[in-house]
Design a protein around this ligand. Structure first.
Ligand code: C2O
Ligand code: CU
Ligand code: CU
Length: 420
């Protein structure tokens, strides 16, 4: 056994207290700390050994969102860990470089546990990401940006049960990496932001206060084939994107805001001027084939409907004892995902599928937006939308698909597929 290809992490859920606002402490959850968690850094080809420990007073599970691993280590609701329980997770990284994340997935309790702070990141690297000429100095020009919204009561406390909303709990205060009014200090060079929508329910429309364009370089499951110039980027809960912002024209002292619509998310402060060359990014980042076979009869149809406690997929609510769909490993399928626009104008549901990275073939019969022409595990479904995706499972077992509005998931907007 070659130890150089093995990587070990211990991840422990714990409860604690965190001061977000005016120094007041509120009770929170975290992985290896009191809020959020570490970055698990893994490389394609490595054998990963995770020891997971639950120090909470309630069941949890450890779900690795975006990893293509067998279902017995995927950490869905089938794999609860009791208080003081522990489990080991062993797998080999068989997928390309990407920014993934992890969070709990216990049946009916995901919304509250994530809200209280359980979320961490997984950086997968590979030979391509090692060699690409992109910003990659952690904390210097390459930053994790986990965006969440929280509501603080008059005592500056989290109070999930009081503010829980069946259609998705939203707060009035934005946090980045657990911080209110966050800023980063950088040189006037290209910087890379690994954006993660870690919110229970809020959709973000990211843009820059300078109204300058930025480049999206990666979607959920890896690099796009080429950088895509954008002025606004939407991320729904569970989605990730990596963007590069070019600050080389800016003087020392300049502040650029990352915005959500008109709200400030993050201040980017230029604090050092260097002679950086203006904006060149690699022209080619990846080689994903996009020659799809258009089919008129999809292999599977998945229909999201309802709101509140009436949410359903294909007319049913989650039942752990019922298999909803079946598939075979190594078989490419076309799935049609519908958001049945049936109540009060409807709402956006983020569709997420475990165990794979899929491709978006079209949206409503129209060509997939350039920044979605890459590997995806979570996509926005607008009211009335019909999206075709191409799915191929490489691992056997039982995998979840669900709405990533966590209260919808907890209310049963989830199904399971058995892969043989
Ligand atoms: Cu990010 Cu089934 O979840
Ligand atoms: Cu997932
Ligand atoms: Cu939903």
């Amino acid at each position: 056994q070659e130890t150089s290809t093995d990587v070990f992490y211990t991840i422990t859920t714990q409860s604690g207290t965190t001061a977000f606002k005016d120094g007041s402490l509120t009770e929170t959850y975290g992985y290896n700390g009191s809020y959020l968690g570490p970055i698990i850094r893994i490389h394609k080809g490595q054998n990963v050994h995770l020891t997971t420990i639950n120090k909470l007073k309630e069941n949890t599970s450890f779900h690795w969102h975006g990893l293509k691993i067998p279902s017995n280590v995927d950490g869905g609701p089938h794999s609860p860990i009791k208080p003081n329980g522990t489990a080991t997770v062993d797998f080999t990284v068989m997928q390309e470089a990407a920014t993934l994340w992890f969070h709990p997935h216990p049946e009916g309790r995901t919304g509250e546990q994530v809200y209280n702070g359980l979320a961490g990141l997984i950086y997968v690297e590979d030979e391509n990401s090692d060699s690409l000429d992109l910003p990659k100095d952690y904390g210097m020009n390459d930053f994790p940006i986990i965006v969440q919204d929280r509501f603080f009561d008059e005592d500056n406390q989290f109070n999930y049960q009081d503010i829980r909303n069946v259609d998705g709990t939203q707060g009035d205060t934005l946090l980045v990496n657990g911080t209110i009014n966050p800023y980063i200090e950088v040189k006037n060079e290209q910087i890379r932001l690994r954006l993660v929508n870690g919110s229970n329910a809020r959709n973000y429309q990211f843009n820059l206060s300078s109204k300058e364009k930025f480049y999206q370089i990666a979607s959920d499951g890896g690099f796009l084939n080429e950088p895509v110039q954008m002025d606004t980027l939407q991320l729904v809960p569970g989605e990730r994107a990596e963007i590069v912002v070019d600050l080389s024209d800016y003087k020392n002292g300049t502040i650029v805001q990352l915005m959500d619509g008109n709200a400030e998310v993050l201040s980017i402060k230029v604090v050092e001027e260097i002679n950086s060359e203006v904006g060149s990014l690699p022209k080619t980042l990846n080689a994903i084939s996009n020659d799809f076979d258009k089919v008129s009869v999809p292999d599977k149809k998945i229909t999201f409907s309802g709101m509140g406690n009436m949410v359903a997929i294909n007319g049913k609510q989650f039942d752990m004892d019922r298999m909803d769909l079946q598939a075979k490993t190594g078989t490419t399928e076309i799935w049609e995902i519908n958001n049945l626009n049936d109540m009060m104008g409807g709402m956006i549901h983020p569709f997420h599928l475990h165990g794979v990275q899929f491709k978006v073939l079209d949206r409503n019969g129209k060509i997939t937006p350039a920044n979605e022409q890459g590997w995806k595990d979570t996509i926005a479904l607008y009211p009335g939308e019909k999206v075709q995706i191409e799915v191929e499972f490489s691992k056997k077992g039982i995998f979840m698909y669900h709405c990533h509005i966590l209260e919808h998931e907890d209310n049963g907007m989830m199904g399971q597929i058995i892969v043989e």
